[in-house]
Design a protein around this ligand. Structure first.
Ligand code: DX5
Ligand code: ZN
Length: 224
């Protein structure tokens, strides 16, 4: 896809003022709100769940992009759909039946996608292509904000881009290619060049006081 999206991760926002943070970052130009769900089981951290998604929902009309880092995944999918999630992605190793989990997300009216950890092979997508609206490549190990971008992700992004382009050229539906972890003003152009069209950024945006300045600069970098 030629269009690009910037999805600030609330993980680095001020959790005491989440509604205001959501409004401010969308006002600053965010396309999506990235919502990181961690269960202290699949990943070594504990964050926010469907109740918080429901609480922020009235604060924006921007799509809420729910990234599930939980195991198992199926029980929580209907709860996030009811809480107003637009997109739900999960890690295929965390689901006993990834094809069924993708179908469950779509049955609940949300866009669905798989998330790939740095060491997870892209093969997981091959037989579920028609159920995918999005692929999310992790460029850090999941669990924390503020980590450094793992450079081998660039080659993996090119491979994912190739798989998606082949699929759409054969008449398949569009599939977005999202990247998450260590995305900054100074590497986003390279990440775009490797084929990503949707960019999650947590600390790079919420770590600055002027969100609009960061988002504007990121857009200039990916338009180059
Ligand atoms: C990590 C989360 C990311 C994280 C990104 O497990 O999935 O969304 O918030 O944060 P930064 O942009 O700071 O690496
Ligand atoms: Zn995330």
């Amino acid at each position: 896809s030629n269009t690009t999206r910037i999805a600030p991760s609330l993980l680095s926002a001020d959790f005491a003022r989440l509604g205001e943070e959501v409004r401010n970052v969308v006002e600053a130009g965010a396309d999506w709100i990235h919502f990181d769900v961690m269960d202290n089981h699949y990943v070594p951290n504990l964050t926010i769940g469907p109740m918080v998604c429901q609480a922020i929902r009235p604060h924006t009309s921007a799509p809420i992009d729910v990234h599930l880092m939980v195991e198992p995944v199926d029980d929580i999918i209907p709860q996030f759909a009811k809480a107003g999630a637009d997109i739900i992605t999960f890690h295929p190793e965390a689901s006993r039946h990834p094809d069924r989990s993708l179908a469950l997300i779509k049955d609940h009216g949300c866009k669905a996608g798989l998330v790939f950890n740095p060491a997870t092979p892209l093969d997981w997508m091959d037989y579920v292509m028609e159920k995918l609206d999005i692929i999310l490549l992790m460029s850090v190990n999941p669990g924390f904000g503020g980590q450094s971008f793992i450079p081998t992700t660039l080659a993996k992004l090119k491979q994912a881009r190739h798989k998606i382009d082949q699929w759409t050229q054969l008449g398949g539906q569009p599939i977005l290619l999202e990247v998450d972890g260590g995305v900054k003003v100074d590497n986003i152009a390279q990440i775009r060049a490797a084929g990503a069209d949707t960019f999650v950024a947590g600390s790079a945006i919420f770590g600055q006081t002027d969100y609009k300045n960061v988002i504007d600069t990121m857009r200039q970098e990916i338009a180059k």
